[in-house]
Ligand binder design. Sequence first.
Ligand code: ADP
Ligand code: MG
Length: 226
Amino acid sequence: MTTPLLVLEKISKKYLSAGGGLEVLKDIDLQVMNGQSVAIVGPSGSGKSTLLNIVGTLDLPTSGKVMFDGQDILNLNEKEQADIRNRKIGFVFQLHHLLPQCTVLENVLVPVLVNEHAANAEQRARDLLEQVGLSERLDYRPGQLSGGERQRVAVVRAMINGPKLLVADEPTGSLDIAGADKLADLLVKMNKQHGLTLIVVTHSLLLAGRMDMVYELSGGRLVSRK
Ligand code: ADP
Ligand code: MG
């Protein structure tokens, strides 16, 4: 029996501005099972990043309930939320956010610095980098890598603490078709081989099509497309 890793109930998000309020998310319900892969598509400005930030506990909804791994996130204090974020959730963004002065290996180990439970991190980093075809690049700096290689490093960095959930916001948005395809392969592989639950915001119908489920965000509501 699979169990839900993430349950969103009636999530709404309003941004307040001088001209009044903007309701970006309206009563969103979503259930994501352990090991499932989910794509969220939708036009620019439809609230995809807002939703992903709420899922990743980087931002709070205006109302609604977020259950993650059996815990009611909004009932936790900031320290407890940060702990879940650091240990159970990995993040990949459109731009890699690697530290330019650090090597590939050092970049991958950055999240370990805030994880008291990390053990054998360097060996895991080497293993993961080998799995993504970067074992020859451990001592390179980000500036010496291709865009696709940088994103693969970003994925490994997101996985170094052994998260249950990987959230990715347009991870292929800055890559060419070949690079995007390779990154899609990698995300699917991590999902299948490591049982990693995946939530990916993307404009790429190719990447979206490779996920188990596809939802479209439009007018503040989430509609199932697959
Ligand atoms: P997407 O990722 O789908 O392009 P976003 O979630 O980034 O959309 O933004 C959705 C809407 O919310 C946009 O109209 C954006 O301008 C607005 N928005 C996003 N973040 C903020 C914020 N911090 N304050 C006010 N408005 C915001
Ligand atoms: Mg966005």
